[in-house]
Write a protein that binds this ligand. Structure first.
Ligand code: MN3
Length: 205
């Protein structure tokens, strides 16, 4: 079994000006590619049986740190590319109502998410997740950890990720340097809300 680097669903320059073409190209063709290659090599070296990436993540505490980091890097970037689309997609009234209800107002959700992204010390990710009761939660993870990992479930609870934002410096430094909050606020303009809604509905039906 080999995991494969996915094609981006848009061109490298398609998310400008929020994310510049060079950042996208390096991020996808170098960083994401390296996580994918390293993951495949480590799984082979450790003679890990074939399974889906979700199965691997759900039991990640059983594997060496290198597998944890690269499996997370592979999964997280797959999801990140899908959570964006050129120009962004409009948030439906239904999704806006759901978020407003969960977070006592849409603005509260947006500011909680921005705060999770801004306050993650060092490298990591910001997430919106939903549990099987339909309750949503905003949180962040370190490095390439993600909500599907048993290690993260142990502290955050069991949430299916429906939106993610990469706050590693490699995601923004060329264009924004140290100004992570500027990257985060620009990023809202390319969020694929249709994808977020689809992911929410796959959990709550
Ligand atoms: Mn990244």
């Amino acid at each position: 079994m080999k995991f494969e680097l996915p094609q981006l669903p848009y061109a490298y320059d398609a998310l400008e000006p929020a994310i510049d073409a060079q950042t996208m190209e390096i991020h996808h063709s170098k960083h994401h590619n390296a996580y994918t290659t390293n993951l495949n090599n480590l799984l082979e070296e450790n003679e890990v049986a074939d399974m889906s990436i979700e199965e691997l993540l759900s039991d990640i505490s059983s594997y060496p740190a290198g597998i944890r980091n690269n499996a997370g890097g592979f999964y997280n970037h797959n999801m990140f590319w899908q959570c964006m689309t050129p120009g962004g997609s409009a948030m439906s009234d239904e999704l806006e109502s759901m978020l407003a209800e969960q977070f006592t107002g849409l603005e509260t959700f947006l500011s909680q998410f921005e705060n999770a992204a801004a306050t993650r010390f060092g490298s990591g990710w910001a997430w919106l997740g939903i549990n099987s009761d339909g309750d949503m939660k905003v949180f962040s993870t370190a490095n390439q950890d993600n909500p599907l990992m048993d290690t993260v479930i142990a502290t955050e609870g069991r949430y299916t990720p429906v939106l993610c934002l990469d706050v590693w410096e490699h995601a923004y430094y060329l264009n924004y340097q140290n100004k992570r909050p500027d990257y985060v606020s620009a990023w809202w303009s390319v969020v694929n809300w249709e994808e977020v809604e689809k992911r929410i509905k796959s959990v709550i039906g």
